[in-house]
Design a protein around this ligand. Sequence first.
Ligand code: DNO
Length: 413
Amino acid sequence: MALEKSWRWFGFGDPVQLSDLKQIGIEGVVTALHHIPNGEVWPVPEIMKVKSAIEAHGMRWTVVESLPVSEGIKTRNADYERLVANYKQSLRNLGECGIDTVCYNFMPVLDWVRTSLHYQLPNGGEVMYFDFATFVAFDVFILKRPNAATEYPEDIVAKAEQISTAMSEEEQEKLAHNIIIVSQGFIDGTIDSSVTDYKNAFLQFLETYSHIDRDKLREHLSLFLKDVVPVAEESGVNLCIHPDDPPFPVLGLPRIVSTQDDLEWICDQVDSTVNGLTFCTGSLSVNRENNLEQIVQKLGHRIHFTHLRNNVFLENRAFHEYGHIEGDVDMYPIVKALLKEQIRRKESGRKDFRIPFRPDHGVKMLDDYNRSANPGYPLIGRLKGLAELSGMQMAIERELNNPIPDSSNSTMK
Ligand code: DNO
């Protein structure tokens, strides 16, 4: 059986309608209650409104992406008890409504980061790009985070200075706005578009982590898991943490969900299947030491959700996104490992043997230029990825069920 075909849908305002998703063969919808402010309880009637609409179109709400973990939980500030009580209540409410998978992340202040949201490919398509030196230019020379320059090698800072000097004021502002607002707003990030002095607000958020290093953040994640996993268990909800994107520390902030070791450490904090992972190939592959196939083989039993996305890796830690089965990430062994994991689960009698996957991000192409979409979420580019990844799965499944005899051993003439 193929992975569950799923699709990120941004709710009733999404230009891609639920009826469109049905047409393209989606089984499971991935969505969130984007209108509920970060940190507040998701009420049962609101959950049911979305769930019923999805079911009325013959699909199911397969994953919540995301139930946001507020900054006050990550920093364990004075509001922690209220925020975690709300988080638990949302989990109970989701469980009561029969929603069984919740994705979240534990990235401080900033979720995913790119330095360009509109990088032109030679064939006219458009993807998102991360350039390390440009990111340093943002940090040191545009945001002017105190002492930031001391955290990077001198040659990178020199390059960053050249980059920022060559930019107009307007271009500098656009870079900051994209990083702080445009790429975060639609995923219920920390700072929304109504904040005018967003650079200062952002600096203040960064400051709340001045005493939180990697060990401290790990401790906070561990305590959070010990608080919420028992509630998720009682509610019949699997939790799945999304990896850091990109998987290394940024802006002096610790990032603790970047490597296989990190994932193993997280799984060990609470020994329960409910304490699981979102396996995101686009994020994890950026750390070239991560062996993605091996991660599936080792931690597959904890993977509750998959994002399949590809990248092209360039020099100096730069990368850009790409077509789902093109690029530098070899999807074939990874998808095969995921399909084998489903078989293992089914054979062991696990009810949740099916792993939902969504084509993550996509190349903007064709009619995408005439449609509005959140950064990274063009319709046609994702649809192409969905089709390619589905075809790949069909071929792998055939191969797993009926191994083709090796022609050199064949007796047929
Ligand atoms: C970006 C997404 C992330 C992801 C969250 C999950 O496109 O992959 O924003 O949804 O990190 O919590």
